[in-house]
Design a protein. Structure first.
Length: 528
């Protein structure tokens, strides 16, 4: 059987770069097949897929012996011919739906646009097909979502809308570029199961681009491994997982987070204690903004964190994980009792709270968003020192250098800016900023969610090393259960603002008592 897509010796070079981004890439894709392209950021996965339909900047040099789709050459296709293929016979699900969907257009208008362009549908027929597609991808009450804008939908719903747009014209090939990055494990499984069921129904081929090997193992029939723009290995999924031939493939497979924790002594002091924490957001209506109900983001939660302990908090988006963390650090208004090292802090205002900020620090999910692009690394790390205490310039410099050494970054890099670093390095800078004040508790809010598998493992190993070195306590928030399992002494499972399960990490992962916890573990494909 002839392949539906056949790529021979593709090379890509960006303007001003001597080294090609992709070199001599060849592969074939058959109808009904799922081929996964895996590799770390910068390996050339996404640019290879974008080049097929000439979606890269015009100045990019793209060369290939041949790129054939259903026997038709794409290499020398005109722009008009490519337009008739894009979104019609070959569709693309982009990695970040919030930046791919137009914020000024309703969901109905965006889906109807591709129907009008390729099928000539408009009016009632376009709306009927749009409703059919939204139902197909599992959007609840789709008729109420037609006039919604992207910002009014959750991350999972936005991704489903992207899938609906991609499937609108029943394509022959679906290119899915990290379609589930940063989504909850249950939503991730729903979306991938949906794609595979639609694939069987429509007989389409799927080109799946991802760095998540758990997804690849579960859904792909063949794998192509890329490193620095070149293919280092390809083959059947089971064969490649069981007997990888290339050292890079083995490194990717071995980059599973490993549990290497120091036991917490039973007599260790409680560093943080919280009782009956509530964060309720009022729902108002009318001109007078009368409160008629509340969104119970956090609803009556108790917890304790001992010195040297990691408490992992898991749950889906909207479960209240981050809101609880912000409440514990007095970064959002809450009710309930909070004690830090035995001292009540729940009634303190922001000025009174300032001295306690040294004890408890936070590392946010997106280091690129939380690090000022106008400040050097030295200025970013030393900012907390300037706020908390006046120190001599030489002491500040020494503290910054030590913090960078602690996170295994070259101290000479302190004069550079955040954009000059990789995602993993920026996350290390964010950790250094927290460490410089010598805290006892660090709240880590999804710090590894957008990192490559190998970089993720490095950050986890670093956090475990720092915990042993400085007897740090962590409140670790994540929807990645593999990370939680590796890092946590105890685990709290949250759903809709409440705790559904709380206990020893190994006990919860090996013998969960809650149906919801079992669902999360099953969706994450964790092996015991």
């Amino acid at each position: 059987m002839k392949p539906i897509l056949d790529l021979n010796s593709l090379s890509i070079r960006f303007p001003g770069q001597e080294v090609p981004a992709v070199k001599d890439l060849s592969f074939s894709l058959h109808s009904g097949e799922t081929l996964a392209i895996v590799g770390e950021s910068g390996s050339g996965k996404s640019v290879s897929a974008l080049s097929l339909l000439k979606l890269l900047p015009e100045q990019t040099e793209i060369s290939a012996q041949s790129i054939r789709f259903n026997g038709q050459s794409l290499s020398d296709a005109t722009e008009s011919e490519l337009r008739s293929i894009r979104g019609h016979r070959i569709s693309y699900i982009f990695q970040e739906p919030m930046t791919s969907l137009n914020p000024l257009h309703t969901i109905e208008r965006q889906i109807a646009e591709t129907l009008k362009l390729h099928k000539g549908l408009s009016g009632a027929k376009a709306q009927e097909r749009t409703l059919e597609l939204l139902t197909l991808v599992g959007i609840p009450s789709p008729e109420t979502r037609l006039k919604s804008y992207p910002h009014e939908l959750s991350g999972g719903q936005r991704q489903r809308v992207m899938i609906a747009m991609a499937l609108a014209n029943e394509p022959d090939i679906l290119i899915a570029d990290e379609p589930t990055t940063a989504l909850d494990v249950t939503i991730q499984k729903q979306i991938l199961d949906l794609l595979m069921s639609l694939q069987q129904k429509l007989g389409m081929a799927v080109l799946l681009i991802t760095h998540d090997l758990n997804i690849v193992k579960r859904y792909a029939s063949r794998i192509l491994v890329m490193q620095q723009g070149q293919v280092v290995e390809q083959g059947e999924t089971l064969t490649l997982f069981n007997t990888p031939a290339h050292p890079y493939t083995r490194m990717l497979l071995d980059a599973e987070p490993t549990r290497n924790l120091t036991e917490v002594k039973s007599e260790a002091e409680n560093l943080l204690e919280a009782k009956d924490i509530r964060v309720w957001f009022p729902k108002t209506k009318g001109l007078l903004k009368r409160i008629y109900d509340h969104i119970k983001a956090v609803d009556g939660i108790d917890l304790q964190i001992k010195k040297g302990e990691t408490l992992g908090i898991v749950g889906e988006s909207g479960s209240g994980k981050s809101t609880l963390a912000f409440a514990l650090l007095k970064l959002t208004k809450s009710e309930g009792d909070i004690r830090l090292k035995g001292t009540p802090i729940d009634s303190l205002n922001q000025k009174e709270m300032r001295p306690y900020r040294r004890t408890a620090q936070i590392v946010f999910q997106d280091p690129f968003g939380s690090l000022s692009p106008r400040m050097t690394v030295a200025e970013i790390i030393s900012e907390g020192l300037d706020v908390q205490q006046r120190v001599a310039p030489e002491q500040r410099e020494a503290a910054v250098i030590q913090a960078l050494k602690d996170v295994q970054l070259d101290p000479e890099s302190r004069h550079r800016y955040p954009h000059e670093f990789s995602g993993g390095q920026r996350q290390r800078i964010a950790i250094a900023r927290a460490l410089v004040l010598k805290p006892e508790l660090i709240v880590l809010d999804e710090p590894t969610s957008a990192l490559d598998r190998t970089v993720q493992k490095q950050v986890i190993d670093l956090l475990q090393s720092l915990q042993r070195q400085y007897q740090l306590s962590y409140l670790f928030i994540s929807h990645d259960l593999a990370v939680i399992k590796a890092l946590s002494h105890r685990v709290m499972v949250m759903k809709a603002g409440k705790v559904v399960e709380f206990g020893d990490a190994e006990g919860i992962f090996n013998a969960p008592t809650s149906d919801y916890t079992r669902e999360l573990i099953s969706a994450s494909a964790l092996e015991k």
